[in-house]
Design a protein around this ligand. Structure first.
Ligand SMILES: *Cc1c(COP(=O)(O)O)cnc(C)c1O
Length: 396
């Protein structure tokens, strides 16, 4: 008999709630932002270009286009790829809704494919089954920071004349067969939301080696106009032409100053995320009642989040009860993700439940444990203690 659970009136493992993710901001970040605020350009200026150049360099790619969010990056990539009405785009069922929403933004039809049960990334075998004469693209998601099977997906895309997009919002810093993510897909998108690897508050980026995609993406984030205000100021040219129906998806210099300062710390952030994940895996890997995401050989996992899969057949409680019990212990667990087509909006569009059984079964068992660079080892130990306490209590 263990200690009484906090949810049953016992003492909690900790009193201050530990969030599942949060930004890590230091004085250098603050100074970089203030310096830019005092300068001449607070948008469409040199910090934007420098941030783009640094991210492109880091990923070994020719082009990077900064935009106002990871969602805007997906929308921009979908536009750059020429996706539109009548086109089907295969997307994983287990992702943030924005991955599929962006396909709807351009008038294309998301077609949900199931994920692998071990890594929870898009299953190439299930993708193959979803291809039709109308398929134009595949969107991979590097779930939790684990790279998707990009070689297999690229091969499928090549064989069928499709565009491969990689929603790498979870995976800045991840590697696939020894190379940073970004090379494998035609277009790769990043997010700089505060819970992601580096933050600009809100922000995102499209990266690609293709000059044509890059040109379309650059116009799209600026109303579909052929030059930016900064470029016109510097060249003394007043004429501009709008050639596509774009949006204002620009990221400001103030945000890019923060992004540059954050990017300088990416390796430190990644190392800390890896150390925390290793501590979790060592402590929870053998615990009956839970399973961990598999890590396949040849990848570097970027550990955006730490997913835990409950072995419900060994527990006398469902995910909802275990979630509530962990929250009561002061552990700010979360759940990633509700299968996209289970959301009411997608239900109204007519997607049936049961479409992707692996994702649906995973969803019922998934919990996200806290993971962010400024977590201390004792925070990690609190999470482990709470998981062991709660899982032991409900074990059967
Ligand atoms: C965070 C995220 C996005 C959206 O990024 P925002 O910057 O919040 O718009 C898209 N896809 C996935 C998988 C994400 O985790």
């Amino acid at each position: 008999m263990g200690e009484r659970l906090a949810v049953h009136g016992g003492p909690p493992v900790r009193t201050a709630m530990l969030p599942y993710g949060r930004q890590t901001i230091d004085d250098a970040d603050v100074a970089a932002v203030v310096e830019t605020l005092r300068g001449d350009w607070i948008t469409t200026g040199p910090r934007v270009a420098e941030f783009e150049r640094r991210v492109a360099e880091r990923l070994g790619l020719r082009h990077a286009i900064a935009v106002s969010s990871g969602t805007a990056a997906l929308h921009t990539a979908a536009f750059a790829a020429g996706l539109g009405p009548g086109h089907e785009v295969v997307v994983p069922a287990l992702t943030f809704a924005a991955t599929a929403n962006a396909m709807l933004y351009v008038g294309a039809t998301p077609v949900f494919a199931d994920v692998r049960s071990d890594t929870l990334t898009l299953d190439p075998a299930r993708v193959r089954e979803k291809l039709t004469a109308r398929t134009r693209a595949i969107v991979a998601v590097d779930f939790a920071g684990h790279p998707a099977d990009l070689d297999e997906l690229r091969q499928l895309a090549q064989t069928h004349g499709l565009v491969l997009l990689d929603d790498a919002a979870h995976a800045l810093g991840a590697e696939y067969h020894g190379r940073p993510l970004g090379r494998q897909a035609h277009l790769t998108t990043l997010s700089f939301h505060p819970v992601k690897h580096v933050t600009t508050g809100e922000g995102g980026m499209v990266v690609t080696d293709d000059a044509g995609f890059a040109e379309r993406a650059t116009r799209f984030r600026n109303h579909g106009i052929t030059s930016s205000a900064g470029e016109r100021f510097r060249s003394g040219e007043w004429l501009y032409e709008m050639v596509d129906l774009g949006f204002n998806y620009r990221l400001t210099d103030v945000q890019c100053a923060l992004g540059l300062s954050q990017l300088a710390k990416l390796d430190r952030f990644l190392a800390r995320r890896e150390a925390i994940a290793a501590r979790y895996r060592a402590a929870l890997g053998g615990l009956p009642g839970v399973a961990l995401q598999a890590v396949t050989p040849g990848v570097r996992h970027a550990w955006h989040i730490f997913p835990l899969l409950l072995a419900l057949e060994r527990l006398a409680a469902d995910r909802r009860a275990i979630f509530a019990a962990l929250r009561a212990e002061g552990i700010g667990v979360s759940v990633h993700y509700v299968p996209v087509y289970w959301h009411p909006y997608y239900q109204r569009l007519g997607y049936p439940k049961g479409l992707c059984p692996v994702a649906e079964r995973a969803y019922e068992r998934l919990l996200t444990l806290p993971l962010f660079p400024s977590m201390e080892d004792r925070d990690v130990d609190d999470v482990v203690a709470a998981v062991v306490k709660v899982v032991d209590h409900f074990a059967r």
